[in-house]
Design a protein around this ligand. Structure first.
Ligand SMILES: NC(=O)c1ccc[n+]([C@@H]2O[C@H](COP(=O)([O-])OP(=O)(O)OC[C@H]3O[C@@H](n4cnc5c(N)ncnc54)[C@H](O)[C@@H]3O)[C@@H](O)[C@H]2O)c1
Ligand SMILES: [Zn+2]
Ligand SMILES: [Zn+2]
Length: 345
């Protein structure tokens, strides 16, 4: 089969690989129908994610069809259409019983990281019964690809951890797919203001269409002053970091109001300064989270009920044999105006 393989920092290629096999009773083999590329895949390619070794098939988001299942799988049968979660969970270990699937003792974020991922014709998914979801009858499968990772990530790591609440002021740094997913799902809670900050005016324009009340291009280095001016000097109650570099985490520390929360989503490859000399007295909290995907069933219902339309995040479509072009388009988003790219296998 064809597969997109990480070959070490800065290097990737489309290779011929053997079709994966069932290895454990809980496995399913899924034939990929649609997959996509995540900002995290770009972090892997930058060398920011040491757990992902060269030789790995990338990708942790997909919708597909069950090809075959191990003896222990009871919830899925060959031919079933499924949503693949970016997080694999056994459902039985201490962390899974606490709903913290991201730290499952035999799962977590392993797809496209510690085991071969979804940017291929087939993927082996461990713990299939508790890591796959049935695609509802009549569902838009491209919309569901947005539920593998980005919607639960924006919602759980950003909106829930950041305790977005009615009437609150929210600032989101980073208007990529993840920041935009946080913007869409923050609106479940009716905050008064949602301020989006990015360097890319096209993405900021999309953020306004998606419900941002203010947008700031931080290229002039004055984003913190602007947010202070917009909030009567207070700052934002919830500040969501959706980039993953030191400069943006530091900006979040300048934006947070007294009593507020900085909810980090970004995957960071470098250490960041923490300004406790200023923040110690500000009653703030900082949260970090690897997405657990515990909210996937709930988000699936909001999509089916048309309360949320994730297809708005899709800008480009490619075939699997064009995936190098898809990566190039996604990585040069400022020039190509890409958000999520759908890859059809
Ligand atoms: N915590 C998790 O479980 C989890 C899951 C998925 C993704 N992520 C991470 O979330 C982050 C966002 O993902 P994405 O797919 O939206 O990525 P992306 O690269 O598409 O978007 C990042 C955005 O940040 C903007 N940006 C870059 N430098 C900036 C700066 N100095 N100031 C303001 N804006 C700046 C870019 O213009 C871009 O719009 C990544 O770090 C990704 O790895 C985390
Ligand atoms: Zn991801
Ligand atoms: Zn577990």
């Amino acid at each position: 089969m064809k597969a997109l393989v990480y070959r070490g920092p800065g290097l990737k290629g489309l290779e011929d690989r053997p079709k994966p096999q069932i290895e454990a009773p809980g496995d399913a083999l899924v034939k990929i129908v649609k997959t996509t590329i995540c900002g995290t895949d770009l972090h892997i390619l930058k060398g920011d994610v040491p757990s992902c070794a060269p030789g790995r098939v990338l990708g942790h988001e997909a919708v597909g069809v069950i090809d075959s299942v191990g003896d222990g799988v009871t919830a899925f049968r060959p031919g079933d259409r499924v949503l693949v979660s970016c997080i694999s969970s056994c459902g039985k270990c201490d962390y899974c019983r606490r709903g913290m699937y991201s730290h499952c003792a035999s799962g977590g974020w392993i797809l496209g990281n510690q085991i071969d991922g979804t940017q291929a014709e087939y993927v082996r998914t461990p713990h299939a019964d508790t890591s796959l979801y049935h695609v509802p009858e009549g569902a838009d499968e491209e919309a569901l690809v947005m539920l593998s990772d980005i919607l639960p990530t924006g919602f759980e790591c950003g909106v829930l951890n950041g305790k977005v609440s009615p009437g609150a002021t929210v600032a989101i740094v980073g208007a990529g797919p993840i920041g935009l997913a946080a913007l869409l799902t923050a609106q479940f809670y009716a905050p008064a203001e949602i301020i989006m900050i990015d360097l890319d005016d096209n993405r900021l324009g999309i953020a306004r269409q998606f419900g941002a009340t203010q947008t700031i291009n931080s290229g002039d280095g004055k984003a913190a002053e602007t947010v202070k001016a917009l909030t009567g000097g207070r700052g934002a109650d919830t500040v969501i970091e959706a980039v993953g570099i030191p400069a943006t985490f530091e900006l979040c520390q300048d934006l947070v109001a007294a009593g507020g929360i900085i909810a980090n989503i970004g995957v960071h490859g470098h250490k960041v300064d923490l300004h406790l000399e200023r923040l110690w007295s500000q009653n703030i909290a900082i949260t970090t989270r690897l997405v657990d995907t515990v909210t996937t069933p709930m988000l699936l219902k909001t999509v089916q009920a048309k309360k949320l339309d994730p297809t708005r995040l899709i800008t480009h479509r490619f075939r699997l044999d064009q995936i190098l072009e898809a990566y190039d388009t996604f990585a040069r988003a400022a020039a190509t105006q890409a958000l999520k790219v759908i890859i059809s296998a």
